[in-house]
Design a protein around this ligand. Structure first.
Ligand code: HPA
Ligand code: ZN
Length: 354
């Protein structure tokens, strides 16, 4: 066989399960930087909370709920996601939701989480901002004490609503600024560019909050540029479509901008047609600081390790690439440098100890 043919045949070989790589993923310390807490609402908890609160839901069984989780785009998912939130009413509901996520994260050797919540999805239903915040934060504090998981909490603005609405939400957060670490931007992307939220993000930065935004999931590369240039974000959530613009890629690589990629989410929302199309490997090759995250794991079929396993197998990632992804999750976090260094040392210990 000619060398070129041999190389082609090797490239065509289906990815092989690799037990040592899989074990590495299961043991590596990691941070999760892109997780919507409301998207961790498993059907079983949805049913339990519906019963506890006397809320009617349009499903007869857990199986029926799971069958409804078939989406052809982001909006399909968001419609079900906002409907699911209707069972979350009391502080205890938000506690139970967050605690269930932290137990799953702990099982996946997650050491640090920076989670999103969507206050407008609750206040517009008459649930007080404080009820949401108190429940989530109490679970996060328990997670820190009992599971050793540190945290940051990021309040997202729903981009299909107005900037005025976002300002009203920021006002509600003002008495609690020491408990909220950053703001993000989520929900329906196309038609709601980052420029729509330029003033409210400027205010959030003045208040000392970290800033991040979903961009380039379904929206064009220009939205990623706007997030950088107008919102001055510290991270890009998703960022897939940035790869369409080489100058933008250069800019992101030069600045060491973290991209919080969500492989199973991309697959389930038809951002990619096959998990092998995940941009994770390509981003690493281009010198971009990619991370792997679960986004809305109850809806997309897997928590962080499932996302790592899916891309590692489909893209045949090397162990060095997997270690790099775990390192990026800490160096891309809002943790102080000293904490990041400690986590990197722990990664080196696990990676070296095989
Ligand atoms: N994209 C935008 N908004 C969201 C998502 C997402 O993946 N998950 C929850 N809200
Ligand atoms: Zn998201």
């Amino acid at each position: 066989m000619q060398a070129v043919d041999r190389a082609f045949a090797l490239r065509q070989r289906p990815p092989m399960p690799n037990p040592s790589r899989a074990a590495l993923i299961d043991r590596l310390p990691k941070a999760e930087l892109h997780l919507h807490i409301e998207g961790s609402l498993e059907p079983e908890l949805l049913f339990a909370l519906a019963a506890r609160n006397g809320v009617a839901i349009p499903f007869a069984s857990v199986e029926e709920v799971r069958a409804a989780y078939s989406f052809s785009n982001l909006q399909d998912f968001l419609d079900i996601y906002y409907q699911g939130m209707s069972v979350l009413l009391t502080e205890q509901d938000f506690y139970d939701l967050t605690w269930a996520y932290l137990e799953r994260a702990h099982a996946d050797t997650v050491r640090h989480v920076e989670i999103f919540f969507d206050p407008q999805g609750h206040t517009e239903r008459g649930v007080a901002f404080e009820t949401v915040l108190n429940g989530i934060e109490r679970a996060l504090k328990d997670g820190e004490a009992r599971l050793g998981i540190s945290y940051r909490l990021i309040m997202c603005f729903l981009r299909h609503l107005s900037e005025e609405d976002a300002f009203a939400t920021l006002d509600q957060a003002l008495p609690h600024l020491e408990r909220i670490h950053g703001v993000g931007l989520d929900s329906s992307e196309v038609g709601h560019p980052p420029s729509k939220f330029q003033r409210v993000f400027a205010r959030a930065r003045e208040l000392g909050l970290h800033v991040t935004a979903h961009a380039g999931e379904e929206g064009p590369p220009e939205y990623v540029r706007e997030a950088l240039d107008l919102l001055h974000v510290e991270r890009i959530d998703h960022g897939n479509r940035a790869l369409e613009d080489p100058a933008l890629v250069h800019h992101l690589a030069r600045d060491g901008m973290t991209l919080t990629v969500c492989p199973l989410s991309n697959l389930r929302l038809c951002v990619i047609k096959d998990i092998a199309e995940s941009p994770v490997r390509r981003m690493l090759e281009l010198g971009l600081k990619a991370t792997v995250n679960s986004d809305d794991p109850a809806y997309f079929g897997g928590y962080i390790n499932a996302n790592f396993h899916a891309v590692a197998e489909a893209l045949d990632l090397t162990e060095a690439e997997i270690v790099r992804l775990a390192e990026n999750s800490f160096t891309g976090s809002f943790l102080p440098m000293a904490d990041q260094i400690q986590h990197l040392a722990e990664i080196a210990e696990v990676a070296g100890d095989r």
